[in-house]
Write a protein that binds this ligand. Structure first.
Ligand code: 8X3
Length: 249
């Protein structure tokens, strides 16, 4: 049986590209997302064995029943990629909307915890495994109006460190990846479909594409067993920090 990788948020962006990259490495894939038809489209473009789990990471009972439904031969997950997450809105703390806060904290933090809770016990039993958490430059540097999104990604940073410490004794690797500007659906979700505003984020410089992050993840999972790439920040060359991007407009 191939090694098994489980990818949340596989229906778009970094999750989608990472699924393809790991399929090319010969992984069997558990593709997780909310949009069944997108997962089916991804599945049809991949030749390695795949199984689809359609659920919302924010909902514990959906997460629990999705993972409990896995056939036994799919339960030995070697690599978990906690990629699902998004930004909702970009506004000052005094103007923030409750539903945006809930979507970010539940999706980016609780979702990561819920999925990990379903996967870690089997990794512990097998005394092996690799968890890769998708954080953000926003988890390392807070910027104006980023407040709750930045907080949710700072929580991911802390959880990556905490998981690495607690799972150290079980031979489980934990990697944290903090991308900067990646041209995906991220900004259209953040700006709720305002494509003019979303596209302007990536104008005047060459942003990363999802495949750049997927290439990094392919490298991280391919390292020898004694090597753990613990924490990586990946930025476009034009980006120096969360807020400084050299733009030619
Ligand atoms: C996405 C990067 O800088 O737009 O996590 O927050 S940023």
């Amino acid at each position: 049986m191939n090694k098994i990788a489980c990818i949340t948020g596989a229906s778009s962006g970094i999750g989608w590209a990472t699924s393809k990259a790991l399929a090319n490495l010969g992984y069997a894939l558990i593709l997780c997302g909310r949009r069944r038809e997108r997962l089916e489209e991804l599945q049809s473009s991949i030749s390695s064995p795949t199984i689809l789990l359609t659920f919302d990471v924010r909902n514990w009972s959906e997460v629990e029943s999705a993972f409990s439904s896995l056939p036994n031969e799919w339960k030995n997950i070697d690599v978990l990629i906690n990629n699902a997450g998004n930004a909702h809105g970009l506004s000052a703390i005094q103007d923030g909307a409750l539903e945006d806060w809930d979507a970010m904290m539940l999706g980016n933090v609780n979702g990561l915890l819920y999925v990990s809770k379903m996967v870690i016990p089997e990794m512990i039993r097998r005394q092996m495994g690799h968890i890769i958490n998708l954080s953000s430059i926003a988890g390392k540097q807070t910027y104006a109006n980023g407040n709750v999104y930045c907080a949710s990604k700072a929580a991911v940073e802390a959880l990556s460190q905490g998981m690495r410490i607690d799972l150290n004794t079980f031979n489980i690797k934990v990697s944290n990846i903090a991308p900067g500007a990646v041209n995906t659906e991220f900004s259209s979700v953040r700006f709720k479909g305002d494509m003019e505003r979303a596209n302007s984020v990536y104008q005047g410089f060459t942003p990363l594409v999802a495949e750049d992050v997927a290439d990094l993840i392919a490298y991280i999972v391919s390292c020898p067993s004694h090597v753990n790439i613990a924490d990586v920040t990946i930025l476009p060359t034009a980006q120096a920090s969360a807020t400084q991007i050299k733009k030619d407009l």
